[in-house]
Design a protein around this ligand. Structure first.
Ligand SMILES: NC(=O)C1=CN([C@@H]2O[C@H](COP(=O)(O)OP(=O)(O)OC[C@H]3O[C@@H](n4cnc5c(N)ncnc54)[C@H](O)[C@@H]3O)[C@@H](O)[C@H]2O)C=CC1
Ligand SMILES: O=C(CO)COP(=O)(O)O
Length: 334
């Protein structure tokens, strides 16, 4: 692949741009703020998001979207889910014809209940085969430290997925392809909500049995939603499902898990938000949109609904625990 533009120099946008540059791909990283672009150009560091990482010399940073997008074969979108529509609308007229549009974001849009690939298709007015998704157990800080990781590149057009796979394969980053875009996106969005629940459990002082139970039942409700929306059930046993759930629910690096832990310890939503220092915990918003998507499709997602009630209706996490355990007894397969 000749040239890739990464739009968004937050934690994951910066780490993914490093992955591409380390794979030998000509990569330009677009930052919103000139301080960030200047620090990357002058000192090879992103002080706000990855202060301890030396970025590769072949990674170019700019605040000029036109310059970043000119001649790009792939445009990687690394902004938070709820801002993707507005950001992309601003770049629409600059997108190179036939570039693959790649989402890094893990969320479902509030209001429209659309997945990120659907938002991209709508805003950029492109067919589904031009849109790809990168998802999996990909904590940005670990990848920036070059710790070995696998990921999934999902695209309806297998050839485009392979092209992107080549562009980002390196000694520490191993991407697999998948044609199940729906399943891969739902896995990435839903696991953030389940990680909030695991964080709450940790904040309440619960141990590994509780975590494993939430992860497994969280996967069950994610797979139920996937089945209703046409996903391949096997996707949820893969990197975009189980893989990402395990990484996010277990890691202190996860913003969603950390956010949930604060709520579990009794902090309010506002206190937890303040402590996040502007870093995005996508599940806080997506618990609403995913819950609505589930309701619209007649799918029961009790953990997701409970997380929504804690985040947005002030439910005490201890009351949520009792409510989940007190639900009507049923078969594991229901
Ligand atoms: N950080 C991680 O480990 C991973 C994050 N992701 C996903 O990638 C997406 C981006 O996450 P991060 O890079 O971690 O977020 P972040 O909070 O570290 O960075 C967000 C970036 O988007 C830019 N941005 C543009 N418009 C914005 C607006 N209106 N409001 C806020 N920020 C705006 C910010 O300037 C910043 O560069 C999220 O959907 C997240 O779930 C996925 C895998 C790993
Ligand atoms: O998506 C991630 C890991 O795959 C990052 O999780 P957080 O957004 O919770 O930090």
């Amino acid at each position: 692949m000749t040239r890739v533009a990464v739009m968004g120099a937050g934690s994951w946008g910066t780490a993914f741009a490093k992955v591409l540059a380390d794979a030998g791909t000509d990569t330009v990283l677009w930052a919103r703020r000139s301080e960030v672009a200047d620090a990357i150009s002058a000192r090879r560091v992103n002080p706000d998001y990855l202060p301890d990482v030396v970025l590769p010399a072949n990674l170019v940073a700019t605040t000029d979207a036109e310059k970043a997008l000119a001649g790009a074969r792939a445009v990687v979108l690394g902004v938070p889910s709820q801002t993707l529509r507005a950001n992309l609308a601003g770049w629409r007229d600059l997108l190179p014809p036939d570039a693959t549009l790649v989402s890094l974001a893990k969320g479902v849009e509030l209001g429209t209940l659309k997945r990120m690939s659907e938002v991209i298709r709508e805003v950029a007015d492109v067919p589904e085969d031009r849109v790809a998704v990168v998802t999996g157990p990909n904590l940005a800080k670990e990848i920036a430290a070059e710790q070995p990781t696998a990921t999934v590149i999902a695209c309806a057009d297998h050839d485009r997925a392979v092209e992107l796979q080549r562009a980002c394969s390196n000694a520490y980053f191993r991407p697999y392809t998948n044609v199940d875009v729906v399943g891969c996106e739902l896995g990435g969005a839903c696991k953030n909500v389940i990680a909030l629940a695991c964080g709450m459990a940790a904040g309440l002082g619960f141990g590994d049995n509780t975590m494993a139970s939430i992860i497994t039942r969280g996967l069950a409700e994610t797979a139920r939603l996937g089945a209703a929306l046409g996903a391949d059930p096997l996707t949820f046993a893969g990197l975009a499902g189980l893989g990402d759930l395990v990484a996010t629910c277990a890691s202190p690096l996860s913003r969603n898990r950390t956010f949930g832990e604060r709520l579990g310890r009794g902090e309010t939503l506002a206190q937890a938000q303040e402590a996040a220092h502007g870093q995005v915990a996508e599940g806080v918003k997506s618990c609403r949109s995913i819950g609505e998507l589930a309701a619209r499709n007649g799918v029961d997602m009790p953990i997701t609904d409970g997380v929504r009630q804690v985040c947005h209706e002030g439910l005490d996490p201890r009351v949520l625990t009792a409510a989940l355990l007190g639900r009507e007894r049923k078969s594991e397969r229901q």
